[in-house]
Write a protein that binds this ligand. Structure first.
Ligand SMILES: NC(=O)c1ccc[n+]([C@@H]2O[C@H](COP(=O)([O-])OP(=O)(O)OC[C@H]3O[C@@H](n4cnc5c(N)ncnc54)[C@H](O)[C@@H]3O)[C@@H](O)[C@H]2O)c1
Ligand SMILES: [Zn+2]
Length: 405
């Protein structure tokens, strides 16, 4: 049985943050990250709208980028004390994802993290609280997805939690929140969204409901991302919608091994000073994975479709795949994102010799490849890589060499 699930309400457009005034409930816990939402005044506005709606409000702040299991447990404890009937998560993917996981633990205090990561294995939520997500970055689309990504720093592994139970009840997609993003964040989150849409379109779980969303998102991102990066706020608003459409697609069509590889390389070089930012990892790996997947005829035809919709030219699928790869690499250059791990340097900008030395990379490669194959996103990829293939693919992502297998 195929299922297509989205939040019941998606409020979108400038000023929609005010929708919080119409919420009904007794207590709202507002979950935010470090400081950006407070600094730019969005937290105060959200809190006052909820109070205007007659709710008691408590703020849980300080959720770090790439949130940890510990943070999730602390947040759930705070929720158990405050007993909110609304959880309002605001900010980038990190605080919203953390709040989703806290919600699970709040509803089921005895559940262990190991049980939370069983794919589509969560018990029914909403016995205690409903969930509203308000994104301030234009990429993860976690405001409409059935996913949350939590990092186990002891293992250096990012775990995707996946279940329609954690698809939020309400999403507020207000582009005002995205206007304060620094350029680099625009670039990374934008390429994350592009990866979501492309992986959803070629996923083995794609369907007639997800395809139009994925294709339209790809076209919007192609048209608007670099202008948004350059500071055009109309395009910034358009990107906020595009990433959300991409999210609607991938939440229901799932993803592929670009994400498997990004999840398993993100935190593993932390000790080398290289935290590989999610969107940057995707941007580097996507062209390589397209070349690998395109050895599958059906996937090549789907990439050909994408290239056609993007107006890239080419007559055979092989030509179209080449043009798509070239276009994505050009986007990376325009957004100042490196093309490979070896060149991933300070502030995630391209550099001749990045943080991760060849020696360290090769040492950790077998384990990373094993973990990437086991990632929840691998199952819906058009090709199922063997250990040897995954190692080869990751090497191409390290050295920026051609994928010919
Ligand atoms: N749940 C999903 O479906 C899904 C999908 C893709 C990625 N993810 C996960 O989401 C996380 C990444 O989320 P992200 O890319 O949104 O970044 P993020 O939430 O980690 O935020 C990155 C930084 O940007 C700042 N920031 C956020 N919004 C801002 C704004 N409007 N203005 C200025 N600064 C702002 C934050 O304070 C933070 O320092 C990763 O852990 C990734 O694995 C989740
Ligand atoms: Zn992503």
């Amino acid at each position: 049985m195929a299922r297509f699930t989205l939040p019941r309400d998606v409020y979108h457009g400038k000023g929609t943050l005010e929708t919080l005034k119409t919420f009904e409930g007794k207590r709202a816990m507002v979950c935010v990250g470090g400081s950006s939402m407070r600094k730019f005044g969005f937290l105060d506005r959200a809190v006052s709208y909820l109070k205007e709606a007659g709710m008691e409000v408590q703020v849980f702040d300080g959720i770090e980028p790439d949130p940890s299991v510990d943070t999730v447990m602390r947040g759930a404890e705070a929720m158990l004390k405050f007993e909110p009937d609304w959880i309002v998560a605001m900010g980038g993917g990190s605080p919203i994802d953390a709040a989703k996981a806290m919600w699970i633990k709040y509803e089921y205090p005895d559940i262990e993290f190991e049980d939370m990561i069983k794919v589509f294995g969560l018990p029914k939520l909403r016995k205690k609280a409903h969930f509203c997500a308000i994104p301030s970055t234009s990429g993860t689309a976690t405001e409409v997805t059935a996913f949350s990504v939590i990092t186990d720093y002891k293992k250096g592994i990012k775990y995707p939690l996946a279940d329609f139970e954690i698809t939020p009840d309400v999403a507020i997609v207000d582009p005002d929140l995205a206007e304060t993003m620094p350029k680099k964040l625009v670039a990374h989150t934008g390429m994350d969204a592009m990866t979501h849409a492309i992986e959803a379109y070629v996923s083995t779980a794609h369907c007639d409901y997800t395809d139009p969303l994925a294709i339209f998102a790809i076209k919007m991102i192609q048209k608007d991302l670099t202008d948004s990066y350059a500071g055009d706020m109309d395009k910034r608003a358009s990107m906020h919608n595009a990433q959300c459409l991409a999210g609607m697609a991938f939440s229901n069509a799932l993803l592929g091994i670009v994400h498997s590889m990004a999840h398993k390389t993100g935190a593993v070089f932390e000790d080398q000073g290289a935290h590989i930012i999610h969107g940057a990892a995707n941007a580097m790996y996507l062209p390589k994975v397209i070349a690998y997947n395109a050895k599958n005829e059906e996937a090549a035809a789907r990439y050909g479709d994408i290239a056609d919709h993007m107006g890239l030219g080419g007559s055979t699928n092989a030509e179209k795949v080449e043009l798509l790869i070239a276009h994505l690499r050009k986007m990376n250059d325009a957004l100042n994102i490196p093309q490979c791990i070896q060149h991933y340097g300070a502030d995630s900008y391209p550099t001749e010799q990045g943080f991760v030395s060849e020696e360290i990379f090769l040492q950790r490669l077998p384990e990373i490849a094993k973990n990437a194959i086991a990632d929840a996103c691998t199952g819906s990829n058009p090709r199922q890589p063997t250990q040897e293939e995954m190692e080869k693919l990751l090497k191409c992502c390290y050295y920026d060499t051609e994928v010919d297998f």
